[in-house]
Design a protein around this ligand. Structure first.
Ligand code: MLT
Length: 270
């Protein structure tokens, strides 16, 4: 925290000095499936000197309550907007989304363009699910209904990290496993329906006029780097950083490289 000696308020009979991080770049961090705000722990720790970081748990994830499925990316985008309202943040923010969080970020841009000052798109894609992909969502919903978060975690966790990190970093694997296991069955099924039915954001790319940083793990097993290149080619002036030695969660797997790129991007807002 930086204390601004000018920032004193005449409060009663004495001068009260205070700190407020509100003058920093506001950043909304939207996690992926089936994770939580803890996904962003390394960014919240490292970037707090430059940014005001808001990291919600989406419905049914982390500590947030569940609502019955189905859900839509619009529900999540509205929830994020309501959170910003609640915090009195009515000006533009940098919206960062990882994977499913990126799908929500695109929807947030469609619904609240005036509230978006910048975009950070991590391990995500602009396009929709194929027919086979949609079938896979319904199958996964069946798995979750039968076996809860544990069943989804068993299937998905090995694909979230780069193979080398999955082998060599048991603490990281456990950290991600714990996050996944916190997700309620309604949260999982709702998220699967939201992802299955999400609109195509590809036609929106050329009209995105805000500064945009795209980050993608070189060894992402869930979404190929080519999807990041599609977004880079589509969004005018956007920058793509490929993170070496990282899979689907580059912000956790390579936090130093990730945070350096994010810091440089956020410095552009001062
Ligand atoms: C995510 O990481 O949020 C999801 O795996 C994205 C997806 O399944 O499309």
């Amino acid at each position: 925290m930086i204390t601004d000696p000018q920032a004193k308020s005449q409060s009663g009979e004495y001068l009260m000095a205070f700190e407020d991080s509100c003058d920093r770049v506001p950043v909304l961090l939207i996690h992926g499936f089936p994770l939580s705000s803890s996904l962003w722990d390394f960014q919240v720790d490292d970037l707090a000197d430059i940014a005001r970081l808001i990291a919600p748990d989406l419905r049914g994830h982390g500590l947030s309550e569940s609502t019955p499925p189905p859900l839509s990316v619009g529900d999540y985008a509205d929830d994020c907007a309501r959170l910003l309202d609640h915090l009195g943040m009515d000006g533009p923010v940098v919206v960062a989304g990882l994977s499913m969080g990126g799908y929500v970020a695109f929807e947030f841009c469609r619904r609240f363009p005036e509230r978006v000052g910048g975009l950070i798109l991590v391990s995500t894609r602009a396009g929709t699910d194929s027919a086979a992909g949609k079938e896979g969502r319904d199958k996964a919903a069946g798995v979750a209904i039968a076996g809860g978060a544990a069943a989804i975690t068993a299937d998905m966790l090995p694909k979230l990290l780069a193979p080398a990190a999955y082998e060599a970093e048991p603490d990281l694997v456990e950290f991600v496993r714990e996050m996944m296991l916190e997700t309620s069955t309604d949260g999982i099924v709702g998220a699967l329906s939201a992802m299955r039915d999400r609109p195509d954001s590809t036609p929106d790319l050329p009209a995105l006029e805000v500064p945009t940083l795209i980050l993608h793990g070189q060894d992402d097993q869930l979404i190929p780097v080519s999807e990041a290149e599609v977004m880079r080619d589509g969004i005018p002036g956007s920058e793509l950083v490929i993170v070496p030695g990282a899979g689907h969660l580059p912000n956790l797997e390579q936090p130093d490289i990730f945070n350096d790129a994010m810091r440089e991007f956020l410095e552009g807002f001062y």
